[in-house]
Ligand binder design. Structure first.
Ligand code: ACO
Length: 320
């Protein structure tokens, strides 16, 4: 069997904060943020709104698109590094709210690479356990984990969710996941200082800290390397790829990646300007937008790539 996408939806919370809004409380400007990152605005949760709330809305939209009965979902896999609570999981709440009573559900924490990790896990589980329908939800509220007085980090992040219903398609189906490739580099300097959620280890509400320039360099080098390896292992080149959907961290990272790979920027899906870095939700949100506006079409081949705190990174190739 092949793992194929039955439906995909995204959700961004209603509160929008522009760069100009931030400049009223921070020593920053729209020009600085836009020139360095390509970000124009971000959506943020309101008081009392958490990651699972965003995930539930995205999941319901994905199911309603194809009138799918939640009781036919076999498993729910949630990617989040900003879970509502340390436990229970966001996945358990989403399962309960959807009344997906047959589904087992669990969270995966792989930061901004969470979409690549969870689609790889879903694919393996669908094959090994013969699951028919798996709901993948990426829901993140980074805004609750940044210091809103630290201009070097808070301007980069936003909140959002994406959800995909995956189904087991026949081997000869024209659509489906082609391959995934996952990596982790947890060496001490990467784990502790490049990009992490700092605070006492038992404190759920520390702050995100980052060495911006080092992250920039690692993101380009490692996303590039993982793209190269997944293509080579599958006897493909970038000429076989219709679209690249990268993790939407920063437009300058994405422009540099295209330049390095000699890949046309027009064939990369970029939505960073509209929702900033929404961690693992960013690839499904970008994909959803590109399908809605008619850029991505059925049968096209998409290369996805991401890197996040850990460092964790990886790539996936899917025929839509
Ligand atoms: N507004 C105005 N000035 C600022 C701001 C801001 N929001 N933030 C930092 N500055 C200042 C700094 O204080 C510094 O001032 P100084 O020269 O007086 O000391 C100056 O701008 C330059 O700071 P740098 O950090 O060197 O700026 P840089 O050009 O590297 O840009 C940035 C910073 C945008 C964070 C860049 O390093 C970057 O894009 N890194 C990648 C980070 C990223 O995308 N992280 C996302 C999470 S990881 C992931 O998802 C892959």
């Amino acid at each position: 069997m092949k793992t194929a996408i039955s439906s995909i939806a995204g959700y961004l919370p209603s509160k929008i904060i522009t760069n100009d809004d931030l400049s009223k409380t921070l020593d920053t400007t729209h020009e600085w943020i836009f020139d360095r990152t390509g970000i124009e605005q971000r959506h943020l949760v309101s008081d009392g709104e958490f990651a699972s709330d965003l995930g539930i809305i995205a999941a319901k939209k994905a199911l309603e698109q194809i009138n799918f009965d939640p009781s036919n979902i076999d498993a729910i896999i949630v990617s989040t590094t900003t879970s509502d609570r340390r436990f229970p999981s966001c996945a358990a709440r989403i399962q309960g709210e959807l009344q997906a009573n047959r589904a087992f559900a669990f969270d995966v924490a792989a930061a901004c690479a969470g979409f690549i990790y969870t689609i790889a896990i879903a694919d393996s589980m669908m094959k090994s356990r013969q699951l028919q329908n798996v709901l993948l939800v990426c829901c993140e509220t980074l805004s609750l984990f940044v210091d809103w007085t630290d201009r070097s980090t808070c301007v980069l992040f936003g909140d959002g969710a994406g959800a995909l219903l995956l189904n087991a398609a026949e081997d000869d189906s024209p659509s489906g996941l082609v391959a995934t490739k996952l990596y982790t580099d947890g060496s001490p300097e990467k784990y502790n200082s490049i990009l992490s959620h700092n605070g006492p280890q038992n404190d759920n509400r520390g702050y995100t800290t980052m060495m911006g320039r080092a992250v920039f360099k690692y993101a380009i080098e490692n996303m590039s390397a993982s793209m190269h390896e997944i293509l080579t292992e599958n006897n493909m080149t970038l000429n076989d790829i219709d679209w690249i959907i990268p993790h939407q961290a920063n437009r300058r990272i994405l422009e540099s990646l295209c330049k390095m790979k000699n890949f046309p920027l027009e064939k990369m899906i970029i939505t960073t300007q509209d929702h900033a870095n929404t961690s693992s939700a960013s690839i499904p949100l970008a994909m959803c937008r590109a399908i809605e506006n008619g850029r991505i079409k059925k049968g096209q081949t998409i290369l996805m790539t991401a890197l996040g705190a850990g460092l964790v990174y990886g790539s996936a190739i899917i025929k839509y």
